[in-house]
Design a protein. Structure first.
Lengths: 276, 264
């Protein structure tokens, strides 16, 4: 692995156990205003206080928060480089839950890898790779992913690809099959790490990713009403061999983000804390 | 009141001297009647309001000799869209990038203004957001402040409120890292509190001068703007000509512009 990439990956993953707890706070770029956004300061404070290993932020949020905390106490920054309206997509016309709902997906790259590294001090860049049955969003995001990875590698910056299966409008499609395709593509494109949802064949996917010498994060997947269920799923993911958790809305919509981060920290790095 | 970070960097000599919020005039919305010779008109208006306004927003082609501006803030609109023209209002029109911020920074401008259209369709929203992200990158390259001018084209078809759409725009403005945001109405106060205040993002209210020509002025609503917002941007400045032609209205207008913020 390139020296710069290796050094920066080690800023995210703990030297003690090669695992990472990262908190995603980039949803404000892509979703409706909600409680999750309004308490972003508490979430970031909680992540710092509970020594999360990484924070996923948009470029604007990094500019806001970077002066808030003192030297040496910030988690590593993972910087969102793109935008999508996926989270506002409304499959059912009767669904009133989304503000400004959309009926077709859009995706755009917003910032370059050089900006991630030089302007925002990022330890890694992250971009989407959507996998859909008709391949339309897939071809668009494969191209964008390849460009992002190339930009990152030119400057020794790790690139994390967030592989997401899209079954919108195709309810009969098997999301696990799409995800397998997305993970394989991201590996072939040269990503250092894959962020993906938890699936039934997680062990197979983790094994595939590890055999390629890459890292794997699982995402939380939204707000689970029962915190214990969420913790249980994350424990299951870690037992399956994933290297890190990269979770956002479950934390940011929690009544006590710092306490939930504390719990997550204890399952990611069990040698440090035990609260469960 | 003028405590947010970007305002500390701006000149705003009149607002500081008078202890009130900054006032900008926006000459850029593209609906000036053809008989207006814009650079001369801008010069005339700025000359006659030199003790009142803190800054102006211009299209790049309208930039007058900056020496005439007397140290005022000069922000340049970085894009154009026909969606804001009276004939096309609310249509699915793209926002077209116009300027290279580096070139205009060399000519002494204070900042750039990007347009964000929300509320009708996502068909151009993606390109609009990508344009704003690019403008932010380019302006940061040269240390130039950037404002987002938020326009809600249509209230949602499914009952989502005007204010919620403004909140969505404020969300985007913060996440894209802009320094200041311009919102359409005084009832965006809720957004100001919930989102912009968390982000410590200055919010300026946009107010048309169209209502300014009659003799019974909406002074109370204007007062609300001054109390609840961080500044005010007047648009439809061509109406100012009627004010200039009518000293009594002009006097009344000037008086309104000097409304002091309550609890500021």
């Amino acid at each position: 692995m390139d020296g710069g990439i290796d050094i920066r990956m080690k800023r995210i993953f703990s030297a003690k156990d090669n695992r990472a707890l990262c908190i995603a706070c980039d949803h404000g770029l892509m979703t409706d205003p909600n409680k999750s956004w309004l308490q972003i300061s508490e979430v970031i404070s909680g992540a710092v206080q509970e020594k999360a290993d990484g924070l996923l932020l948009s470029s604007g949020q990094i500019s806001r928060f970077v002066s808030t905390y003192g030297r040496g106490c910030m988690p590593a920054f993972i910087v969102r480089t793109d935008w999508t309206n996926l989270l506002r997509f409304r499959e059912n016309p009767d669904d009133k839950s989304k503000l400004l709902p959309v009926d077709h997906m859009e995706y755009r790259r917003l910032i370059t890898a050089r900006e991630v590294l030089y302007r925002y001090g990022g330890a890694a860049a992250i971009g989407f790779l959507f996998v859909d049955p008709d391949g339309k969003m897939e071809s668009l995001t494969i191209k964008a992913s390849r460009e992002l990875i190339e930009e990152c590698h030119e400057i020794g910056l790790p690139c994390i690809i967030e592989a997401l299966p899209l079954t919108i409008g195709n309810p009969d499609t098997d999301p696990a099959e799409l995800l397998r395709r997305g993970v394989q593509t991201a590996l072939e494109l040269g990503a250092e790490a894959i962020k993906m949802p938890l699936t039934d064949d997680i062990q197979y996917l983790v094994s595939t990713i590890h055999q390629a010498g890459k890292w794997v994060f699982v995402l939380g997947g939204g707000n689970l009403a029962d915190e214990n269920v969420f913790i249980g799923l994350m424990q299951q993911a870690l037992s399956s061999g994933v290297d890190g958790l990269l979770v956002g809305r479950n934390v940011s919509q929690s009544q006590d983000p710092a306490r939930l981060i504390h719990k997550l920290h204890s399952i990611v790095h069990p040698e440090n804390k035990s609260v469960l | 009141m003028i405590a947010r970070s970007i305002f500390k960097e701006l000149k705003l000599p009149i607002a500081r001297e008078k202890g009130r919020l900054p006032i900008f005039f926006d000459f850029t919305l593209g609906n000036f009647p053809a008989e207006f010779k814009l650079p001369q008109f801008i010069h005339d208006v700025v000359s006659q309001t030199s003790d009142t306004i803190d800054g102006i927003i211009l299209s790049p082609q309208s930039l007058p000799d900056t020496g005439l501006m007397g140290g005022k803030e000069i922000w340049v609109r970085a894009d154009w869209t026909s969606a804001l023209l009276p004939t096309n209002w609310g249509e699915k029109e793209p926002v077209v990038p116009l300027i290279n911020p580096r070139y205009w920074a060399q000519r002494g401008i204070s900042g750039v203004v990007g347009t964000l259209l929300l509320g009708n369709s996502s068909s151009n929203e993606a390109d609009n957001i990508q344009h704003l992200a690019s403008l932010r990158s380019q302006s940061l390259d040269i240390g130039l402040p950037m404002a987002i001018d938020l326009h809600v084209l249509k209230e949602g078809e499914d009952g989502e409120s005007f204010i919620e759409i403004v909140e969505l725009g404020l969300n985007l403005a913060v996440e894209l890292g802009c320094d200041m945001v311009i919102v359409p109405r005084e009832d965006c106060l809720a957004s100001n509190q919930n989102i912009a205040k968390i982000a410590e993002l200055p919010v300026l209210a946009r107010q048309s001068l169209n209502n300014f020509t009659s003799e019974d002025q909406p002074s109370e609503s204007w007062k609300t703007l001054f109390v609840k917002m961080d500044g005010i941007i007047f648009t439809d400045i061509h109406q100012w000509k009627q004010l200039i032609d009518n000293p009594r209205i002009l006097q009344m207008g000037m008086k309104l512009l000097e409304i002091q913020p309550v609890g500021g």
